[in-house]
Design a protein around this ligand. Structure first.
Ligand SMILES: [Zn+2]
Length: 442
């Protein structure tokens, strides 16, 4: 079945221009057939009202919680949340129960994800059970479909073991995504220094992050591996990555929306909605992360979407689990608070949320053109909305951005040519899509 989408404006990622254009997609091949203003009719048609068509967003750092923690999220609810956020591809972290440390569990995730609304790419563990003691079988995990390796949630404490891991990953061409945290420095910390002192809670020092990043950058240089640094939060880490890139180390780095938009100064009491690892840092660190993101030292945005139940997050900061959800708010937040004030262009934001993450993890995506996969999202840049977690498709409601005003919410997402999300208030869109419903079940 061929679907024609009219009434949108297509963002040209090379020059940032927005031109009215229709898109003709084919759900059988999952590809874009044609772009332009005078396209043949499809079997179905869908009309937008000036929304902007972007390539489907790509998030390389998401926690889908399955297997094991399905009260927090499932592969399906996490993928629905991704589609609502404009994402068409997500990489899921392996700190599940059991952890994704065997080819069988990687295949299990892929089988469950086959019917999910977006493409799910498993990341497999670096070490067995993420215990940091013995490496997993990287070649077998890659053959099963793992796109990267990570012990996310924990750092690999043993430098010798990490060197072995990077050497093997380099041979296979697999990125190693590090959660940089030296546990001997982190201790029982829960918040950054200033907020910890204010609230009388143990602090989680930034040196725990930066020291491990320094170690792993040196090991990546030595082994030639592709090191991917997760959720950079410290000024010192940004400087280390800048230094390593100047030396030619193969490193990419991500920054989370909460580290770009919030500092520890926002924490207004013992409310675990603020608890995230790495923690919200000082205003100086936030500014450094933003500058590093704008100058390209930090390559891409990843949400570190980490859903938890309301009961878990109702606990004190001391005992509640770390994490914030992010999939359904990241694009509008960064559009509203970075693009609209003129800090970066819309095209650059889209490159950092689609093209770059796809490249970094070796995925196909990040562009809309004939012949490419029909992964796209339409965002409404005209209407402001208040962020209301009760509307999330994720099971998690743990966002620090409740009540923030934003524009740029997705109204329509297509993954491989099929409609996987449409905003409820887009009644015109919904009516048009009714006729294609047979083709949307996925
Ligand atoms: Zn992490």
């Amino acid at each position: 079945m061929k679907l024609r989408i009219d009434g949108g404006r297509l963002l040209d990622l090379t020059d940032g221009s927005l031109e009215p254009a229709s898109v003709l997609v084919d759900d059988a091949s999952g590809r874009v057939l044609a772009l332009g203003t005078d396209l043949p009719a499809g079997d179905a048609q869908l009309t937008l009202h000036g929304e902007v068509l972007l390539p489907g967003l790509v998030d390389v750092h998401v926690h889908l919680r399955e297997p094991g923690y399905t009260d927090k999220e499932t592969i399906h609810t996490g993928a629905q949340s991704a589609a609502a956020g404009g994402f068409t591809q997500i990489a899921c972290m392996p700190n599940t129960q059991p952890p994704l440390d065997s080819p069988a569990w990687v295949r299990w995730v892929l089988e469950r994800a086959a019917t999910a609304p977006v493409q799910v790419h498993p990341v497999a563990c670096i070490t067995r059970e993420q215990r940091g003691e013995a490496l997993t079988d990287f070649a077998a995990l890659q053959a099963a479909g793992a796109v990267a390796l990570s012990d996310d949630g924990r750092g690999v404490q043993d430098g010798g073991l990490m060197r072995q891991a990077l050497a093997w990953a380099a041979e296979l061409g697999l990125p190693v995504a590090i959660h940089a945290e030296d546990e001997s420095l982190a201790g029982p910390g829960v918040l950054h220094r200033g907020a910890a002192a204010r609230l009388g809670l143990p602090d989680l020092p930034g040196e725990a992050e930066a020291a491990m990043v320094a170690r792993d950058l040196l090991l990546a240089e030595q082994t030639g591996a592709h090191l991917h640094v997760c959720h950079v939060s410290m000024e010192s880490t940004v400087s280390l990555i800048r230094w390593a890139k100047q030396r030619g180390v193969h490193v990419t780095a991500e920054v989370a929306p909460h580290h770009l938009l919030l500092s520890e100064d926002a924490i207004d009491g013992d409310d675990a909605v603020w608890k995230v690892n790495p923690p919200l840092r000082s205003e100086r660190d936030r500014q450094a992360c933003l500058a590093g993101f704008l100058d390209g030292t930090l390559d891409l945005v990843a949400t570190d979407h980490a859903p938890h139940t309301a009961a878990e997050k109702a606990q004190s900061i001391r005992t509640a689990p770390f994490g914030m959800v992010g999939l359904e708010t990241v694009f509008p937040l960064l559009y509203t608070y970075l693009v609209l004030p003129g800090k970066l262009s819309l095209a650059e934001l889209v490159r950092r949320m689609s093209t770059r993450p796809a490249q970094a993890f070796g995925l196909t995506g990040g562009v809309i053109r004939p012949g490419a996969p029909a992964d796209l999202t339409a965002v409404d840049l005209a209407h402001e909305r208040v962020i209301d977690p009760e509307r999330f498709l994720s099971k998690g409601r743990n966002t620090p951005f409740r009540g923030w005003q934003a524009v740029g919410f997705p109204v329509l997402t297509l993954c491989r040519g099929r409609v996987v999300y449409q905003a409820q208030e887009q009644t015109c869109v919904a009516a048009a899509v009714q006729s294609t419903e047979g083709g949307t079940a996925r």
